[in-house]
Design a protein around this ligand. Structure first.
Ligand code: DAU
Length: 334
């Protein structure tokens, strides 16, 4: 199979590419990535000379760049390219509409024009909005509540509209909160780990009792591959780890792994605007397809802390420069 992976220098995309190269030796991959603050060439340093892998720098929201990446025919497009950070979408929403919605539209047009056999949209459980109780199934209504999740929901609706209107062979995966190696230190788990390494406090939003459903990136990437190979066109598949934890529970575990103390290191700061209290995914449909998560949350969290401990050279540059300004803008007033 030949495939175009977009956003393959990001967290989940780079883990997915590494999985493909490892487990599908015949694969040919083109990675189209705009190399934004979150698209990091160091994420794929170990495979960049692999003859089965080719990198093209470009933005999914730029039709010419997409055409260039598709010069050689592909059998599938897997779209990871997105602005993903909720807090940044609250500060600057516009780029989310451009990358997440317009970018998806441009890719869908390419799939239609070139009659590409499969298109997989990597989406998120955040499109279901706040879930006070129970679990979201693929049939649950879309109730996105942040500029980020509204952009992702808009993209999902475009994807489904192409299936309905043109029978474009699409699939959607909706993943839950993902953690593991190569995650940018703006996100809860790597931010807290690296703060703790530096003996800095960790900023818990509000009461910290919000619940997220965690999945290890290896399980998430395997779920996407499984749906790509086995899913039925026009369908959505939830990919979640089934590990519902409050942010405080996760924080306390990280503090213990980093050998710090909750009393000195937890700082409760002003809550995120419009913060969803709880996400929870029903993954029956993906499990019926033959996928299930394998990584136990407690050991996955421990190995993630150890990965960051061993890879300071990877994360240290990400916490400097523009990140320092973002951190100040995001946290100084809270
Ligand atoms: O649920 C899937 C989503 O998970 C993905 O679609 C998003 O792209 C991804 O960013 C993530 O969204 P969250 O907003 O849940 O992730 P984040 O790591 O920003 O925050 C996780 C929880 O931790 C959330 O309840 C907010 C809280 N939090 C986060 C940060 C960065 C804090 O309490 N303090 C913080 O400094």
């Amino acid at each position: 199979m030949r495939c175009l992976v977009t956003g393959g220098l990001g967290f989940i995309g780079s883990n997915f590419i590494r999985l493909l190269l490892r487990e599908r030796p015949e694969i040919r991959i083109v990675n189209l990535d705009a190399v934004t603050y979150a698209g990091n060439p160091a994420n794929l340093r170990d495979v960049e000379n692999d003859p089965h892998y080719r990198f093209v720098k470009g933005d999914v929201a730029d039709a010419a760049a997409v055409r260039e990446a598709l010069k050689e025919p592909v059998d599938a497009i897997i779209n990871f390219a997105a602005e993903t950070h909720v807090d940044r979408s609250i500060l600057d929403p516009e780029v989310f509409l451009k990358t997440d919605i317009l970018g998806t539209h441009i890719l869908l047009e390419a799939v239609r024009e070139k009659k590409i056999a499969r298109y997989l949209q990597v989406s998120t459980d955040e499109v279901y909005g706040d879930v006070p109780q129970g679990e979201s199934s693929e049939e649950s209504p879309l109730r996105p509540r942040s500029p980020y999740s509204a952009s992702k929901a808009g993209a999902d609706l475009q994807v489904l509209a192409y299936w309905n209107t043109y029978q474009t062979p699409v699939l959607i995966t909706r993943g839950s909160n993902t953690y593991g190696p190569y995650q940018h230190p703006e996100k809860l788990i790597p931010l807290f780990i690296t703060n703790l390494f530096e003996d800095q406090p960790v900023p818990v939003y509000g009461d910290g009792k919000q619940i997220r459903d965690w999945v290890h990136v290896e399980d998430h990437a395997r779920g996407i591959l499984h749906v790509l190979e086995n899913g039925e066109s026009g369908n959505i598949y939830n990919v979640g780890g089934g590990n519902q934890r409050t942010n405080l529970e996760v924080t306390e575990q990280l503090i213990s792994h980093c050998r710090r103390s909750p009393q000195t290191h937890i700082t409760h700061v002003a809550d995120r605007e419009g913060h969803d209290r709880r996400y929870a995914l029903d993954t029956t449909k993906a499990r019926a397809l033959g996928w299930e998560p394998r990584v136990d949350f407690e050991s996955g969290l421990h190995s993630t802390v150890e990965w960051y401990r061993a890879n300071e050279k990877w994360w240290r540059p990400l916490r400097s420069g523009a990140f320092t300004d973002y951190y100040r803008r995001q946290y100084a007033h809270r």
